[in-house]
Design a protein around this ligand. Sequence first.
Ligand SMILES: Cc1ncc(COP(=O)(O)O)c(C=O)c1O
Length: 390
Amino acid sequence: MDNDFSYIKKGDIYLDSACQAMRPQPVIDALNNYYRKHNSCGERVKYPWGQETDRLVEATRAKVLRYLKLSPRKYFVSFTLNTTYGLNLLLSQFDCKGAGIKRVVTSDIEHNSPFLSTMAIAKRAKIPRVVLTRDIDGSLPIEKIPEHALVVVNAASNIDGRLLVNIKDVIKTVHKKSGFVIIDAAQAMAHSSEILHKTEADAICFSAHKMYAPSLGGMVVRRDLVKYIDTSFIGGGMVDDVDKETYLLSSDNKEHLYTKFESGLQAWGEIVALGAAIDWLNDLPKSAHLKLAEQSKRLHDYLAEHPKIHLVGAADNIATTMSFYVDGTDSHLLGAALADEGIMARTGYFCVHYYLDHVCHYPPLIRFSLGYHTRESDIDTVIKILDKLK
Ligand SMILES: Cc1ncc(COP(=O)(O)O)c(C=O)c1O
């Protein structure tokens, strides 16, 4: 496994996996292989390169569902640009009236991606938007979820990796109250995918680039949600026939439901390489998970005990992502100083402006996010440098 990242230079300490993971060699090889051996458009061509692309793209759709332990009888997979795009495709075309939706609900710790797109749907559908406060353990207060709500929340936070620990109860409750749940799984897919297993969410949006795959978005959508999608983002690749003023959507055929969200030419090579990333994640040895958990705990415990560092979140929440600020030190300046030492970390509010700035009133933060590529020596170096601030 370590060999899969052997291209990373010794002094380069990449701690920004929450933005996009380092890609293991087999994923890079799969993308290269597509360009060099079967560069072709999927679903439209009859020559052998296209057939190979079609085979691998279909395999990736199946792998995504297996990875989440979801049945192809209930769900289908579409590809798009990223989580933000997937959420917007769903929300901007969601027929709230037809679905009986009276409120859109999100939470205080959301990334701007669901935070802003829920503002947009509330405005378009002229319904109230409710922002619930998540508990420090990441759970959503289910007793506060109203009837007939469209709930859009993350399964894992990009601030500190806190999980939607009551995800199953949330979904059950929302459904009982005649609502729908869309999960932002951007941060959950790589290191916390178990939380999504067998969930009965109506849709799950994710970013392949955060799960060791190339830049790409994925949407896992319940087949019966499609009847509430009022298609308006439309073009090539989505229709079987077109007359002067009418058209026949390919997604009317339930074998091709995924075309509902796939307008225009898709990122075929990236989709194929996502398949390779899922294989790679599935094949990781237990020792790789243990190593990452130990490294995360070591760095978390060090930050928690540092006399000048304030970690965000619950003290017992150990995750691969951790955010903090340092007394008397500007995070952006510190970020630049860390960069001088080869440490690549994020600074600011990480697109969670509402919670971090307006609710918690934190100064800009620093975020470290580890991945399977992280070396023990990376943590040693970070600790050695942060020791100087004591
Ligand atoms: C929790 C969460 N949701 C949504 C997003 C948006 O992802 P993307 O920029 O890939 O659309 C991110 C990105 O960091 C995220 O961490």
